[in-house]
Design a binder for this molecule. Structure first.
Ligand SMILES: CC(C)(COP(=O)(O)OP(=O)(O)OC[C@H]1O[C@@H](n2cnc3c(N)ncnc32)[C@H](O)[C@@H]1OP(=O)(O)O)[C@@H](O)C(=O)NCCC(=O)NCCS
Length: 152
């Protein structure tokens, strides 16, 4: 498995990953394009020689902090360490660019992702009532989580 920066030619594969990973909560292609082409953000993909299995994107909040806008791995590949490879590479790149804090928002009922983030050193920082428009497991609420990162 290889983690590398996103290229424009990956768009259709990322769109397919997004739909599989987030189902009805997936970003539209229009929103996805805006996110992936953000001039200050950056995106990485995880792939092998045959396919792209996941992607993650970060966007700066200010000169010190970035936000994980999205991270998704196709369901068939969950629990095999791909999400970990991706988030570690993204954090290393954020630290290299001089950011010291990573924030993210995760649905209150997305316990798998919350466990994943806790495993990677993120702590719950804030509860966001009605953060999402679409409901998931009966809730539109989210947690904001935070991690301090260091360049080494
Ligand atoms: C959250 C996500 C990115 C994690 O990626 P992953 O490749 O499955 O994660 P890894 O294999 O590197 O890490 C596994 C850890 O993630 C957590 N986890 C979350 N969902 C899991 C699943 N379906 N299967 C296994 N582990 C899962 C567990 O804590 C697990 O730790 P463990 O192996 O000690 O039990 C991935 O499950 C995903 O794309 N989910 C759907 C989209 C999503 O909810 N994204 C986050 C939005 S905020």
């Amino acid at each position: 498995m290889l983690v590398r920066f996103y290229r424009d030619s990956d768009f259709n594969s990322i769109s397919a990953v997004e739909k599989k990973a987030f189902r009805e909560g997936a970003y539209s292609n229009y929103m996805l394009k805006i996110m992936l082409n953000s001039p200050h953000g950056f995106t990485m993909v995880v792939e092998d020689s045959s396919s792209i299995y996941g992607y993650a994107t970060m966007e700066p909040l200010d000169s010190n902090s970035v936000d994980i806008e999205s991270i998704g791995i196709i369901p068939e590949q969950h629990g095999k360490g791909l999400g970990s490879l991706l988030i570690e590479a993204m954090e290393a790149e954020a630290a290299r660019r001089g950011y010291r804090e990573v924030f993210l928002e995760v649905r209150e009922k997305n316990t798998g992702a919350i466990d994943f983030y806790k495993k990677h050193g993120y702590n719950i920082f804030e509860f966001l009532t009605g953060y999402y428009t679409l409901s998931y497991e009966g809730s539109t609420n989210a947690y904001r989580m935070k991690k301090i990162i260091q360049y080494c």
